[in-house]
Ligand binder design. Structure first.
Ligand code: AMP
Length: 371
């Protein structure tokens, strides 16, 4: 079985690694060969609008998928009729535009922050009037890991916000005073079979996911999140893994965004669930039976951002699994790898996560403790 994967980042790499035991080979497509995916599987290089090359790739594949959310939808649509494309380009088109995404949530009865499309200063002033302060101004497209966002707390922030983000389509969202951030990962197979992972609790810093703990046990929120995900999956007759990030505020779930692909908050499932999100994505898009999404214990995942810890010290901690994405260039804010711990209790898991985090940034933490 051959799956063509547009984008060869760490998500693609983990998909390929999950595919090998099942006899699935991923063939990647990206701009450069020296990518996390390209290091573990065959890769074709080219631009994402090179339809001729993309068509040749699709002809060799049983199914086409993607690990990058900004693959041009027009390129995917050009492959129609050559090989099935999952998740569907229609879901990707919505996920690429924060306004379309929030309109869909509203249409499907899923709570989401108040929002207003912004193209000009007049729009932004109207948005503030309508939604109130504080709020967040975000780019409608191409935003990820907190990039392309500006927090507005007072009217006089408008000029500075537009100086940073102006000149492109924007969205103004009401600021949610949340108690937690959680996400739910679901998977729907070509046959219509559905499965949900337990909720994950996520911790962000400057818009980037730092750590995830799962399962986050809150039966009523789990049921609610599953209902919301099912509505979206059925709306698109979706095939593959879908993640939705939620804010928890006053015991309610408020949808922030959806990702039509495997998701960083599901990396713990590699060691912490009976079947990983990566394996289940492949099973789903090939129409194979899904594997159990049950948690094996209490898991924590810690992202390595900007630097990778010293390997020996990390692996000396019992129960730690390291995932190095093979990126040669370390840059601030760049996800280079992650570690997962699976423990028998949530207490043991939280302690192990604390030890791991301390190991990662001992000097920063020492500095931070000084008055
Ligand atoms: P995003 O790129 O939309 O996922 O935003 C990155 C992070 O910024 C989120 O995980 C939140 O921590 C924060 N954030 C984004 N939108 C809002 C909002 N409307 N209210 C409060 N916090 C937000």
């Amino acid at each position: 079985m051959r799956v063509a994967c547009l984008g060869a980042g760490q998500l693609g790499r983990m998909l390929a690694l999950a595919g090998y035991p099942l006899g699935i080979e991923l063939e990647f497509y990206d701009r450069s060969a020296d990518t996390p995916g390209g290091q573990v599987g065959p890769i074709v290089t080219g631009e994402f609008d090179d339809i001729r090359q993309l068509k040749a790739l699709a002809r060799r594949a049983d199914v086409v998928t993607f690990d990058w959310e900004n693959v041009p939808v027009t390129s995917l649509r050009a492959l129609k009729g050559i090989a099935p494309i999952y998740p569907q380009p229609s879901a990707l088109a919505v996920a690429q535009d924060r306004v379309l995404e929030k309109k869909l949530f509203t249409q499907l009865g899923i709570p989401t922050p108040g929002f207003f499309a912004v193209e000009s200063e007049a729009d932004l002033l109207a948005a503030i009037q309508h939604i109130g302060l504080p709020g967040i101004l975000k780019t409608r497209r191409m935003g990820y890991d907190g990039k392309g966002q500006y927090r507005i707390t007072k009217r006089s922030d408008v000029a500075a916000a537009l100086a940073v983000l102006g000149g492109q389509a924007l969205i103004y969202e009401g600021f949610i005073r949340f108690s937690r951030e959680v996400s739910l990962i679901a998977v729907r197979s070509k046959t219509g079979e559905l499965a949900y992972y337990p909720l994950s609790e996520n911790s962000h810093h400057e818009g980037i996911l730092q750590s995830t703990r799962a399962p986050f046990k809150a039966p009523s929120l789990q049921r609610l999140a599953e209902r919301y995900l099912r509505t979206v999956l059925e709306h698109f007759s979706y095939v593959g893994v879908l993640a939705i990030e939620f804010f928890v505020a006053d015991g309610r779930l408020i949808a922030n965004e959806m990702a039509p692909r495997v998701h960083n908050s599901g990396h713990w499932t590699i060691e912490g669930a009976v079947t990983s999100q990566f394996e289940n994505h492949l099973r789903a898009i090939l129409g194979w039976p899904l594997g159990s999404t049950k948690a094996r214990g209490h898991s924590a995942m810690l992202n390595f951002i900007g630097t990778l810890p010293e390997r020996k010290g990390l692996l000396a901690q019992p129960g730690v699994h390291l995932h190095d994405y093979g990126k040669r260039e370390a840059r601030a804010g760049r996800k280079l790898g992650h570690a997962t711990i699976v423990a028998d209790s949530s207490l043991a898991r939280d302690r192990a996560l604390q030890t791991l985090s301390r190991q990662l940034t001992p000097s920063t933490r020492r500095r931070a403790r000084r008055p």
